[in-house]
Structure formats: structure tokens, C-alpha cells
Write a protein that binds this ligand. Structure first.
Ligand SMILES: [Cu+2]
Length: 384
């Protein structure tokens, strides 16, 4: 056994002991897995970014979230629906710097149910990026939060990340015209930071997501967000804007099963999610965190599907005055729409007003997803 693997073996044995397990065979199996992952990591280090992006990750299927859970936090995983930058009012193009970091963290999917999310900036969805057509966008992506436990590169941490299936993270922005949406330039290993620039030439509302092997797993675990490229003339003025993303989640246990739920790759491959969620968790946008507006106000929603299953987006009791399908915000809108499909990896812009005060529900009109599997949010309309 060389120095690194014996060190790994020692720390695994130690962590197993502290968690009360003394089964020697189990240590051995775990050590072997770590050694394998170490070899795997070395292999990935030697790959070119293009190979990395194309890599189909057959060997990386030994995902071990339990053994590699970096931290247990009670932090809110869900991004608030009003957490987006204000409209752009400048008339000149500029360079816009965007700082992102990746973080894997355990959080509540619903009360007493926890899950290890993979995120940009610690929330699902990722930050809403807002730029103007003609801007030069400079994306900085760091693997690990600066100053955190995994912020600097170490062989041990790298092996852990590799074993957990995220030896690299990256970003593919649908607003980019270029190979891989930037992903081949942006494969970042644990402790690394990379950046690239692109010119936002096409106005629209776009998805961005992680594109590191195994790509569907990274996305399913929560690594997606939106980028809005406003047209040069800007968007029409509204009173409220909200940011909502639907995602499908694949837990080992069934919907509602208590305790830590590991990711199920089998269910992902079978396209059989247990949860359909708005902004990352059950009831993330309800009660205190509901979307709030007033009678007669002009409301604009940006709604996207980050992960793999298209949505049938509907608001019970509302009609979409203007619907900009498929992210096409410069095309004439559809008028008076009840429900819209949103493709996987796409987003829509919706504008509407409501004349009657009360509580309205955002749903996926494939309604078991909302009533039985989580895709439900509240819009509270107050009297003026
Ligand atoms: Cu990733």
C-alpha cells in the first residue's frame, strides 16, 4: 500500500470507527472503493476538457453519498422566488462579472427528509443571472466555497469528491453560442477556479446547468439556474418579478420516506422521480415564502425546468395575459393562455394580473406531481 492509499485507509477506518462501525471487512471494501476512486480521479486529471465533457462516466456510477456527505446543515436549500436582480436600466453594453461556486450540502427536502443537494452558491435553483444583449459576460466558477473545508485542493478531498461522483463541476449556459455552452473550458476540479467570457448576443431567457460527468446526475441533484439576456430596449415595466424552477428528484426511498435519502441513479435512468419540486424542496414557496403581490399589479414570472422532465405549468384561477414560450422573449407573446408546457432545459416568461384577492396555486397540471409529489407553490394576492 503506498503512502496516499494507506493514509486514505487510515482516515476511512477512523471515520467508520467514530460512527460506531467496527466491521473490518467493511473498512477493507471502503478502502478499496477509495483506492479505485483515486485511480479514477488520476484518470480524469489526465483528460482534456473536451474528453471530460464527452466522457460517459460508466466507471463513475459508484456514487456513495453516505460516505462522502461533506456536512449536515439545516440551511434553507430553496431560493426565494423574489431573489433575482432588478431590471437593467443602462443603455450601454458592459462587462458583467458573475461569481459562482459549487457546494454539495445536505438539507431538508421536506420535514424529516434530508438529501445531499449539489448546488451553485448553496441554493436551488442557482443564482439568476441578468445581463443585457451585447454585454460581455465573464463567468467565474469555483469548485467549493472559498474559505470552506473543501476550498483548497488536497489529494484526500479530491479522492472523496471523485468517489462521490463530483470530481469536477462545470457550467453550460444555453445563452452561449459555442461548443458545450462553455462547459469544455469550465471543468473545475475540487479547489480550482476557472473563468471564461462570452458575448450575450441573443436576447432570451435561458437555462444554465452543470455539465460534468455524469451530467444527468449533476443536474438531477440541483445544479441549474437561469440567465436572462434582456433585449437592448429592455423589458416592459412590471410591479413584481419572480423566479421559479421545477426540478425532478430521485431519492432512494419513496416520496415522504423519513431520514437521509441517497440519490437513486436507477430511478433517474428509469425516469421515475419521487419528487417534483419548485425551487428545490416541498413547500419552498408557501406560507411566509409564498409569492406575494396585490390586486391589479403586473406580475412577471420566469419559470424553467432545470432537470429532466418537462412541466405543464399552470396557476389555478389565473390566465397568462402574455406567454413568451421557449425562452423567446423577443417574439410576440401568446395571449390568454391557461397552461404551458416547458421543455426540459428551457424556460418561459409569463406576464399577468389578478383582479381578485386570495391565494392562488402554482402547479404542474399533471396534478399528481403537485398533490402527491411536491410541485406546489402559493401566490398570495392582497387587496390594494
Ligand atoms: Cu456539477
Amino acid at each position: 500500500m503506498n503512502k496516499i492509499s494507506s493514509l486514505l485507509f487510515f482516515s476511512i477506518a477512523l471515520s467508520s470507527l467514530t460512527s460506531g462501525c467496527s466491521d473490518e471487512e467493511k473498512y477493507k471494501a471502503m478502502a478499496e472503493k477509495y483506492t479505485d476512486s483515486k485511480v479514477e480521479y488520476e484518470k480524469h486529471k489526465l483528460m482534456s476538457p473536451a474528453d471530460m465533457a464527452a466522457h460517459n462516466d460508466k466507471e463513475m456510477s459508484h456514487v456513495m453519498p453516505n460516505a462522502n456527505t461533506p456536512k449536515i446543515g439545516s440551511d434553507e436549500i430553496s431560493r426565494n422566488a423574489d431573489d433575482l436582480p432588478p431590471p437593467i436600466n443602462r443603455t450601454q453594453e458592459q462587462v458583467v462579472r458573475v461569481d459562482l461556486y459549487t457546494d454539495e450540502l445536505v438539507a431538508e427536502m421536506m420535514p424529516e427528509v434530508t438529501y445531499q443537494y449539489w448546488t451553485y452558491n448553496g441554493k436551488v435553483p442557482a443564482p439568476f443571472i441578468r445581463v443585457r444583449e451585447g454585454d460581455t459576460v465573464e463567468i467565474h466558477l469555483r469548485h467549493g466555497k472559498a474559505g470552506s473545508e473543501h476550498s483548497t485542493h488536497s489529494e484526500h478531498d479530491a479522492a472523496q469528491h471523485a468517489a462521490a461522483g463530483h470530481s469536477a463541476h462545470s457550467i453550460d449556459l444555453h445563452a452561449v453560442i459555442g461548443v458545450g455552452g462553455g462547459a469544455p473550458l469550465m471543468q473545475v476540479a475540487q479547489g480550482e477556479e476557472k473563468s471564461f467570457r462570452f458575448k450575450a448576443t441573443r436576447a432570451g431567457i435561458y437555462i444554465y446547468h452543470c455539465a460534468s460527468p455524469h451530467i444527468p446526475t449533476h443536474i438531477a441533484n440541483g445544479m441549474y439556474g437561469m440567465i436572462l439576456v434582456e433585449p437592448t430596449e429592455g423589458l416592459s415595466k412590471v410591479d413584481r418579478e419572480f423566479y421559479v424552477m421545477q426540478g425532478d428528484f430521485y431519492t432512494s426511498g419513496k416520496y415522504g420516506d423519513k431520514g437521509f435519502q441517497s440519490f437513486s441513479k436507477d430511478k433517474l435512468l428509469a425516469e421515475h422521480p419521487e419528487y417534483f419540486l419548485f425551487n428545490g424542496r416541498v413547500n419552498s414557496l408557501s406560507g411566509e415564502r409564498a409569492l406575494k403581490a396585490k390586486v391589479g399589479e403586473k406580475i412577471r414570472l420566469f419559470v424553467g425546468v432545470g432537470s429532466h422532465i418537462p412541466a405543464n405549468f399552470h396557476i389555478i384561477g389565473a390566465i397568462f395575459d402574455n406567454l413568451y414560450k421557449d425562452g423567446a422573449i423577443t417574439s410576440p407573446p401568446l395571449k390568454n393562455v391557461q397552461t404551458t408546457t416547458i421543455a426540459a432545459g428551457s424556460a418561459v416568461m409569463i406576464e399577468f394580473t389578478i383582479d381578485v384577492a386570495g391565494k392562488y396555486l402554482l402547479v404542474d397540471h399533471n396534478l399528481t406531481r403537485s398533490i402527491d409529489k411536491g410541485a406546489l407553490a402559493e401566490l398570495i394576492i392582497a387587496d390594494k
